[in-house]
Write a protein that binds this ligand. Structure first.
Ligand SMILES: *Cc1c(COP(=O)(O)O)cnc(C)c1O
Length: 422
C-alpha cells in the first residue's frame, strides 16, 4: 500500500513541504493528540489546563465596554470598506496613546500597525527578518509560534535559556555568546508565558544594554502587559528604546478576555529612528500590503475599548488570577512528583518540573500528559511543546474550584504512580 502511494506521488511534481511538517509543533496540535486519549467512560468533567484561554471559565468574561464598541462599529455602517494597509488612523492613534502612558516618550500613530492577533504580529516580524543567513535569538522555554514561523520562513533560531533558579531570568552571558554578526534580533516575552514571572526594571535594562552592544534589536512580546499580581510591576521594554530599538507586540486577547476577537498590534518604539534607517519599517509596510487585515469594524472598535474600559474590570480579573496562583502554589507542593521552582506572579501559565524519583512507569513529559488525560481527564501541556523536556506547562487561569479539582486529580495520579518501597 505504502509503496503504491509513493509510486503514485512520484508521478507529480508537487510534494508536501517537509519543513512545515517538521516545524508543526503547536499547542493546538499537542492538544488534539492528548484529547484523542480521553477515556470515554470517565463521567467527570474534562478539565483543560493546557491553554491560556480564560474564556474556558465562566468567571472570566469581557466587559460590555468592549462588546458595545464592536456592536456600535457594525451598526454605524461606516466600516464595511476594506481597511487601509497600515490600519485605521483612529485605531493606531488609540494604541499609541494607550502604550505611551507607560513610556518616557510619546509614540506616534505612525509607529502602530494593527494586526490579526499577536499571532500575525509574530508572523510578520519573523518573515520580515528572514533574509538568507540571518538568525534570531529566542527564549527557552518560550512560545512555539516563533519557532514554527521561523522554520517556515527559513530563519535560523538560536535559543538562550531562562533560569528557573533565578526566577526565570535570562542567562545573559550565554545570550551574548550565542550572537554573531548575522544575529538580527532577540525576543523576550514579558510577563512570561510559559513561566509566569515578570522581569525587573534592572534585568530589562541589562537586556537592553546587551542588545545594544550586540547591535541587535529587541522584539518584546507583551501580550500579558499588566497581567501581574506579584511584587514585580510590569515595565514595558519600550522604556529602554533610547538605548536599543524595540518592536513591541501586543493584543487585546488576554487582558480583555477576548482571544477570539484577534485584535493585535506591532509597535515600533524607536525615538532615535533606527528602524527607518535600516529599512525595517519599509519591510513591515510591504509585508502588510500583501497580507490580510483585521476586519475594519474591529479596528474601528479599538479606541472605545482602550479608552473606556474601567479599572475595576482589570482588578476583578487580577483578583481571581491571584487567588488561583496562590491556590496552585500551595496545592502543587502537596503533589510528590511535581516541583514548582517559582510561584506564578503573572500571565496565566506556570512551569513545573517532573520529579522522576517520585514517580514510576512514566517515561517523559508527553507520557505523563497522555496518561494523565486517560486516567484523570485532566489536560496539561508537555513542556517539550514550549522547549523544556520533562517539564509541564500548567494554565492556572481557570475557576478556582475547577483548579482545585484538577490539582486533586493530579495528586491522585501522582500517588497512584509512586515508586513502591523496596
Ligand atoms: C497568546 C499569546 C500570543 C498570541 O496572541 P493572540 O493575540 O491570541 O494571537 C502571543 N504570544 C504569547 C506569549 C501568547 O501567550
Amino acid at each position: 500500500m505504502e509503496q503504491e502511494k509513493e509510486k503514485e506521488a512520484k508521478k507529480w511534481n508537487f510534494q508536501g513541504n517537509e519543513e512545515l511538517n517538521a516545524s508543526a509543533v503547536s499547542v493546538r496540535g499537542v492538544f488534539n493528540m492528548l484529547i484523542a486519549n480521553l477515556n470515554a467512560e470517565d463521567q467527570r468533567p474534562l478539565l483543560r489546563l493546557c491553554r491560556a484561554d480564560p474564556t474556558d471559565s465562566s468567571c472570566f468574561r469581557t466587559t460590555h465596554v468592549a462588546s458595545d464598541a464592536i456592536t456600535s462599529a457594525v451598526q454605524s455602517f461606516r466600516f464595511n470598506c476594506y481597511p487601509p494597509t497600515v490600519s485605521l488612523l483612529e485605531a493606531r492613534r488609540a494604541v499609541a496613546e494607550h502604550l505611551s502612558s507607560d513610556l518616557p516618550f510619546q509614540l506616534s500613530p505612525d509607529d502602530v500597525y494593527v494586526t490579526v492577533g499577536c499571532t500575525q504580529a509574530i508572523n510578520i516580524i519573523i518573515s520580515v527578518l528572514a533574509r538568507p543567513g540571518a538568525n534570531i535569538l529566542l527564549p527557552r522555554p518560550g512560545y512555539p509560534q516563533y519557532e514554527a514561523r521561523a522554520a517556515c520562513s527559513g530563519l535560523e533560531v538560536r535559543h538562550f535559556d531562562l533560569l528557573p533558579e533565578r526566577g526565570w531570568e535570562i542567562d545573559i552571558d550565554a545570550l551574548e555568546a550565542l550572537a554573531d554578526e548575522n544575529t538580527v534580533a532577540m525576543v523576550i516575552i514579558n510577563p512570561s508565558n510559559p513561566c509566569g514571572n515578570v522581569f525587573t526594571y534592572q534585568h530589562l535594562k541589562r537586556v537592553a544594554e546587551t542588545a545594544r552592544k550586540l547591535g541587535i534589536f529587541v522584539v518584546a512580546d507583551e501580550v500579558y502587559a499588566h497581567i501581574t499580581f506579584g511584587s514585580n510591576p510590569f515595565v514595558p521594554m519600550g522604556a529602554f528604546a533610547s538605548l536599543v530599538p524595540v518592536i513591541t507586540l501586543g493584543s487585546l486577547g488576554k487582558r480583555w478576555i477576548v482571544p477570539g476577537w484577534r485584535i493585535g498590534w506591532i509597535v515600533t518604539c524607536d525615538p532615535n529612528g533606527i528602524f527607518q534607517k535600516t529599512g525595517i519599517v519599509t519591510n513591515i509596510k510591504n509585508y502588510l500590503d500583501i497580507t490580510t487585515d483585521l476586519p475594519t469594524f474591529m479596528q474601528a472598535a479599538i479606541p472605545q475599548i482602550l479608552r473606556n474600559t474601567k479599572d475595576e474590570f482589570f482588578a476583578h480579573n487580577l483578583d481571581i488570577m491571584r487567588e488561583s496562583a496562590d491556590l496552585f502554589f500551595v496545592r502543587c507542593k502537596e503533589i510528590p512528583c511535581l516541583i514548582c521552582p517559582h510561584k506564578p506572579e503573572s500571565t496565566m501559565t506556570v512551569m513545573v518540573q517532573i520529579n522522576f524519583s517520585q514517580i514510576e512507569g512514566i517515561i517523559d513529559d508527553v507520557d505523563f500528559c497522555v496518561k494523565l488525560t486517560k486516567e484523570e481527564s485532566v489536560i496539561i501541556l508537555p513542556g517539550v511543546t514550549v522547549g523544556l523536556k520533562n517539564w509541564l506547562r500548567i494554565s492556572f487561569a481557570v475557576e478556582p474550584l475547577a483548579l482545585e479539582d484538577a490539582l486533586s486529580r493530579i495528586k491522585a495520579f501522582s500517588l497512584r504512580h509512586m515508586p513502591k518501597c523496596p
